[in-house]
Design a protein around this ligand. Structure first.
Ligand code: SAM
Length: 137
């Protein structure tokens, strides 16, 4: 059999809620400024840049742009974001950048430590940004 295959280039996001629950959908925050445009269910986002891999390696690390967009679309500042498969901590980094609380679970110690390094750096970056009046934010 040939070793050739389609290059994996997409992820599926599930968007669900309890029956009857109210969910946050910040449509206006993620839609284009063009009033005739409508948010698409297909998001084109480049793979993880090297600048997001400074703290260590995880085989399936997600791009911050992707996770930031999902968080902005589906939560408000001060909300709690939970990621039960935290990996390299991308969700935690995005949550802290965007003023959300974060709880993550990761079963591999190596990845939990990587996530802690990344999230710690995001928190320190936010604090430094506040101290310098936003210049480092
Ligand atoms: C697809 S990766 C998550 C990648 C993450 N979004 C990122 O950007 O780095 C899934 C992670 O879940 C972890 N995992 C798998 N089963 C788990 C479990 N039962 N409890 C906690 N973590 C688990 C794996 O070790 C892996 O790091």
């Amino acid at each position: 059999m040939s070793q050739l295959a389609w290059t994996h280039a997409h992820e599926s996001l599930l968007w669900t809620g309890k029956r009857g629950s109210h969910h946050t959908f910040n449509y206006d925050l993620i839609n284009s400024r063009n009033p005739k445009a409508q948010v698409s269910s297909v998001w084109s986002i480049p793979s993880v840049p090297q600048t997001e891999k400074l703290y260590g390696y995880h085989p399936t690390q997600k791009p911050l742009r992707l996770v930031r967009r999902a968080i902005v679309a589906s939560s408000r500042e001060g909300d709690l974001i939970f990621d039960p498969f935290c990996g390299s901590g991308t969700t935690g980094v995005a949550a802290k950048e965007l003023g959300r609380f974060f709880v993550g679970v990761e079963k591999e110690q190596e990845y939990a430590e990587l996530a802690a390094r990344r999230i710690g750096a995001a928190v320190r970056g936010g604090v430094l940004g506040e101290l310098s009046g936003g210049e480092n934010a």
